[in-house]
Design a protein around this ligand. Structure first.
Ligand SMILES: [Zn+2]
Length: 301
């Protein structure tokens, strides 16, 4: 499926260390002409470097993004529902859901980068109280109007939602667009109740297509700032206080890529063996934060 992609334009660019591990040893990975990706020699994260600043990135999400999403919103919703089913999300959400209900309220889900809110409208039918955050103001307004949803037109950080107020946080094809994915994971952890679930979907830079195609890979686009792998994303989540419960990948061969006859067997093998083009990961906020420094106050018994 076509991905929303803007063209390189004059925007202030700045070089930066690896946002995952802070490493400064970065090797050229993919030269895409007007922009390029580097690979961190410490953790393997692929990132665009130099990178446009966050304000320039946000300015891309105007009416044209709503037009793109409006046309595809139910296809994307159905893909998101398939990912949630593959991750066995509802089963994993059982414990935090029951805890919310025992406290006399409905379970709450936050969708970050919810576009028109089509997925939230579906989750609401399943008994979830829904909040969306969407940086594209026209898309947020469209979702409020069409579905009657609570969608805040802002970034996650600007939304200033209360701590420990969600049983689940969902973000599909969002984290690869962020300059500071670590700050996003910190905020998601703050918003979740202990034992709450974070679900992310993002391209897999370790997948077969990324390895074969490099700068020609369909996810090596100007709008993708960080491209994670099935190895470094779980490590990143673990460092941010999450326990990874499930990771699935899919898509062995892109539609339209030749030879076409390998698509079906490769798609099947990618899903089974984990070298698919896109990955979905489900992680649970740890019940208690483990103090890794050994200097923390463990409290009096
Ligand atoms: Zn790194």
């Amino acid at each position: 499926m076509k991905t929303f992609a803007t063209r390189p334009r004059p925007e202030p660019l700045s070089p930066r260390p690896c946002p995952l591990c802070g490493g400064a040893r970065l090797a050229p990975a993919w030269d895409c002409g007007a922009f390029r990706f580097v690979r961190c020699l410490s953790c393997g994260l692929v990132q665009q470097n130099p990178q446009p600043e966050a304000s320039a990135v946000l300015a891309r999400y105007d009416e044209s993004y709503l037009a793109y999403e409006e046309e595809r919103q139910f296809d994307y919703r159905d893909l998101e529902l398939l990912a949630l089913a593959d991750l066995r999300f509802e089963e994993a959400a059982g414990a935090p859901r029951r805890a919310a209900e025992a406290a006399g309220r409905r379970p709450r889900v936050l969708h970050v980068g919810c576009a028109t809110g089509a997925l939230l409208a579906k989750l609401r039918e399943g008994g979830w109280d829904c909040v969306g955050v969407e940086a594209c103001a026209p898309a947020a307004a469209y979702g409020r109007r069409l579905f009657g949803l609570d969608i805040r037109a802002s970034t996650l950080e600007e939304a200033r939602l209360p701590a420990a107020s969600f049983e689940a946080v969902h973000a599909s094809h969002l984290i690869e667009h962020l300059n500071e994915p670590g700050a996003f994971l910190d905020e998601a952890a703050r918003l979740l109740v202990p034992g709450g679930l974070l679900v992310l979907t993002t391209p897999n830079a370790d997948g077969l297509q990324a390895r074969l195609l490099g700068p020609e890979w369909r996810s090596a686009i100007y709008d993708h700032l960080c491209l994670f792998s099935r190895r470094n994303l779980p490590a990143f989540l673990a460092a941010k206080g999450f326990a990874v419960e499930r990771l699935v990948t899919w898509g062995g061969w892109a539609a339209g890529l030749k030879p076409a006859f390998v698509k079906r067997p490769l798609d099947r093998a990618a899903k089974r063996l984990g070298f698919g083009d896109v990955m979905a990961i489900m992680a649970r906020k740890r019940l208690m934060d483990v103090d890794m420094t050994g200097h923390g106050d463990h409290g009096a018994a």
